[in-house]
Design a protein around this ligand. Structure first.
Ligand SMILES: Cc1cc2nc3c(=O)[nH]c(=O)nc-3n(C[C@H](O)[C@H](O)[C@H](O)COP(=O)(O)OP(=O)(O)OC[C@H]3O[C@@H](n4cnc5c(N)ncnc54)[C@H](O)[C@@H]3O)c2cc1C
Length: 270
């Protein structure tokens, strides 16, 4: 049985800059990394492979250089990778992204029975957390988001018991399979690749599926198939703080000034 792990290559956002004129991300010279949440999706797929013998295929939709990220997946032990890359896929919002990913997964599922699609909770650039549920909806899979533990998988009954991490509580869910899971960081600690595996991955072929392979209507993918338009991207601007009083010589006066200022701003009711 098959697990498909979805991995996005993202700019290392601790170093991302925004072009103030075009409102787009400045990508030149920015290092790319595997989306951190997806390292946990990958690790969980590999742990399930170790426990139950699944075949794991990692897929990514992105530019040709996303092969670097897929090689990292090969280096930690996935069986196969597929890069979905075509100019026609570019500029996709979550609707168009999940369409391409779902089509590729359906193709893989023709060769091997699908058990799980595993995604990260969200990405660190787009941050929408919509792609996993988008894939599940298109493929009519059960969808279990925010998973922090896979308790058990019954391959005969095709049912899995999973734990979801919600605010202040956990939820235990029994799901049918195949299911799409999105995982939170707390689910595991990703393994490191060994040097021989990393060397082998560096030379391994990364198959590319373009739209000639997937055969999707170009009006439904990429920019043309994306109803969402990002109008503006900006860094949050905070107002300069104000220092009230000198803090040592007149505490009563400073407190009065502070109260007056809060009343002015309607932050305090007397
Ligand atoms: C700053 C910024 C803002 C954006 N805002 C929006 C917006 O508001 N609405 C919108 O529709 N699009 C938006 N986009 C576009 C968005 O990045 C793409 O649609 C993207 O391909 C998927 O959305 P996401 O990054 O939010 O993924 P999420 O839905 O947060 O990703 C969840 C999981 O899905 C999987 N996944 C996501 N993308 C891929 C991929 N390309 N290949 C393989 N697996 C993947 C990963 O497992 C990931 O952990 C924005 C992009 C940027 C850079």
């Amino acid at each position: 049985m098959l697990i498909v792990t979805c991995i996005k290559q993202v700019p290392d956002t601790t170093q991302v800059k925004i072009d103030p004129v075009t409102n787009t991300l400045v990508r030149e010279g920015v290092p790319f990394i595997m989306n951190p949440y997806d390292t946990h999706a990958l690790e969980e797929s590999l742990r399930l492979k170790d426990r139950y013998g699944f075949r794991v295929v990692a897929i990514s939709m992105g530019p040709p250089n996303a092969d670097v990220t897929l090689r990292k997946a090969l280096a930690v032990g996935v069986d196969e990778v597929v890069l979905l890359s075509d100019r026609a896929f570019g500029g996709a919002d979550t609707l168009a992204t999940s369409k391409v990913l779902a089509e590729a997964i359906a193709r893989l599922a023709k060769e091997d029975e699908l058990a799980f699609v595993i995604c990260g909770q969200q990405t660190i650039d787009g941050d929408t957390a919509q792609v996993g549920p988008g894939i599940a909806t298109r493929m009519k899979l059960a969808q279990i988001t925010l998973v922090d533990r896979v308790d058990s998988v019954d391959l005969t009954a095709k049912r899995a018991v999973l734990r979801r991490k919600l605010e202040g509580r956990h939820e235990l869910v029994e799901s049918r399979m195949p299911a799409m899971l999105t995982v939170v960081r707390e689910i595991n600690r990703p393994r490191y690749p060994t040097v021989p595996m990393r060397l082998a991955a560096a030379d391994a072929p990364v198959p590319i599926w373009n739209n000639e392979v997937l055969g999707l209507d170009v009006q439904t993918i990429g920019l043309k198939g994306s109803p969402t338009k990002v109008n503006k991207i900006f860094s949050p601007q905070r107002e300069m703080g104000e220092i009230i009083g000198d803090g040592t010589h007149d505490p009563d006066g400073t407190a009065k000034l502070l109260i007056d200022r809060m009343l002015e701003k309607d932050l305090l009711a007397l």
